[in-house]
Ligand binder design. Structure first.
Ligand code: 5AD
Ligand code: SF4
Length: 465
């Protein structure tokens, strides 16, 4: 049994990252899943979605077949998220349903992802969730075949606090044939005081540029239209290797992929040369997700964010002035410990100045082991809820305004999937706006010119020209 420790996760050694290549599922495991079905539920961010694609790839090499209803599965995996308390609650709710299912059916239940890196969660599973057959952390999903083969009468708990290696060439079953996520770095060294990610995902490690470029080239050859480069902080990509994100972005753009995106950008590492590149390269889409978290300088300081509201606003203005039609979205936390009314007003004021195209907004959720969770807080939850509601109203107003500007305009849309509305398909504009388009099945996977006919706060409607 290997259980993680936050103290270990905090130790960041300067040890060079090693790369493990040519991963294969050992022959002795490849028949374990024959005639068996697996179900995987993914909670949280795109990083987890990408990990689930890798997990699915491994399971399918073991012979398992994917199903979309957990009631039909022989193996159920929960790929969990730890970012806020409500993510925890959803996972524990699902575990309750799985416990019931296991009473009527012989299934294997596996627990992985960020919650598996939390010591208290693992202990809860060990002591009170005896129906969970194995727990595997974020650093060792390569060990999945062995762990599945070994778990039976014994439960297996294998979680590493950190890792100094990157495993290349893992199998992967991508969810889409047109849009792909490509990891460029793993982990985070920023330690914003509210955030659990640096503990659950470990130290920041960049993939080699050549490996990323080769992966994108392969996707282009397979007909993929869109690539999103993924990292907790894309702008610090390459610091450990001696090259920059700008260099990487330029070279990925050279592969000729039709649409290139990147998330998540960090305001204090954001180099202006990225803006130049966005202006000059047609395939880098005009969309930037730039989490601000708060509009108050004193809260930004206690959050450990290394910029001021003035610097952030200047950056947003710079992007808007230079990258035509660029859509900028953000993340905002309300109710950080001891956030005053005045601090909150600074946040509203920043939103008024930046006029975001969209935002994800959250009530602060204390995470065990993070510095902010130790701060005594004098703000009531009701007050925090009121602030969230006021903030959301303002965010909705600006996202509607931004969408209305597109009315009667022609936008470029990658059609993704059938919508639940009749004769409608869902797609995304190059500015990452969700749009329902009247078209037919043959349009899926194509980038089309669409005329916008209706604009709502969180979506657009349109017709193919
Ligand atoms: N409480 C609330 N929101 C959080 N986020 C990260 N940690 C917390 C927390 N403890 C939000 C941030 C981040 C997004 C992914 O989740 O806004 O950008
Ligand atoms: Fe968390 Fe800050 Fe790292 Fe983002 S940059 S993952 S908010 S610690």
């Amino acid at each position: 049994m290997k259980i993680p420790s936050f103290l270990d996760a905090k130790k960041r050694n300067k040890c060079k990252t090693s790369i493990i290549r040519n991963y294969i599922v050992d022959n002795k495991y490849i028949n374990i899943g024959l005639n068996k079905k697996y179900f995987i539920r993914t909670y949280g961010c795109q990083m987890n979605e990408r990990d689930s694609e890798t997990i699915s790839g491994i399971l399918e090499q073991m012979g398992y077949e994917k199903v979309y209803n957990y009631m039909d599965a022989d193996l159920v995996l929960l790929n969990t998220c730890a970012i806020r308390e409500n993510a925890h609650n959803k996972v524990f709710g699902m575990l309750g349903r799985l416990k019931n299912l296991k009473e009527s059916k012989d299934i294997v239940i596996g627990f992985c992802g960020c919650m598996a890196q939390e010591k208290d969660v693992v202990e809860e599973i060990i002591n009170n969730k005896k129906f969970v057959d194995f727990v595997i952390g974020t650093h060792n999903i390569n060990e999945l075949p062995r762990i599945i083969s070994e778990c039976g009468d014994d439960r297996i708990i294998e979680v590493l606090s950190n890792s100094d290696y990157i495993i290349e060439d893992m199998p992967s079953k991508r969810e889409s044939k047109y849009k792909a996520f490509v990891n460029i770095s793993y982990g985070c060294d920023n330690f914003c005081t509210y955030c659990i990610v640096p503990y659950t995902r470990g130290k920041e490690k960049s993939r080699l540029k050549e490996d990323i470029i080769n992966e994108v080239k392969e996707l282009v050859n397979k007909g993929y239209k869109e690539v999103t480069l993924l990292g907790q902080n894309v702008n610090s990509y390459g610091k450990d290797l001696g090259y920059s994100f700008t260099e990487l972005l330029r070279e990925v753009s050279d592969t000729g992929i039709e649409r290139l995106k990147f998330v998540t950008s960090n305001p204090w590492d954001f180099k202006l040369e990225i803006i130049d590149l966005m202006v000059n390269r047609k395939n880098i889409v005009p969309y930037i997700h730039l989490p601000v978290q708060s509009g108050s300088n004193s809260i930004l300081k206690s959050m450990g964010r290394k910029y001021t509201r003035e610097q952030y606003i200047e950056l947003v203005n710079n992007i808007r002035n230079r990258v035509k039609g660029c859509s900028i979205t953000t993340d905002i936390i309300v109710g950080f410990p001891n956030e005053s009314d005045e601090d909150f007003k600074f946040t509203l004021d920043l939103v008024n100045k930046c006029k975001f195209d969209g935002a994800y907004t959250f009530i602060y959720s204390p995470r065990f082991g993070t510095p902010a969770s130790l701060i005594e807080d004098c703000v009531s939850f009701v007050e925090k809820e009121e602030r969230l509601s006021d903030l959301n109203k303002l965010i909705n107003k600006y996202s509607l305004e931004s969408n209305e500007k597109l009315l009667d305009k022609v936008v470029s849309v990658l059609i993704d999937n059938k919508s639940d509305k009749d004769n409608m398909y869902v797609g995304y504009t190059d500015t990452n706006k969700l749009i329902n388009v009247k078209c037919d099945y043959n349009c899926i996977g194509k980038i089309l010119d669409v005329k916008v006919t209706c604009a709502k706060s969180w979506s657009l409607y349109g017709e193919v020209l």
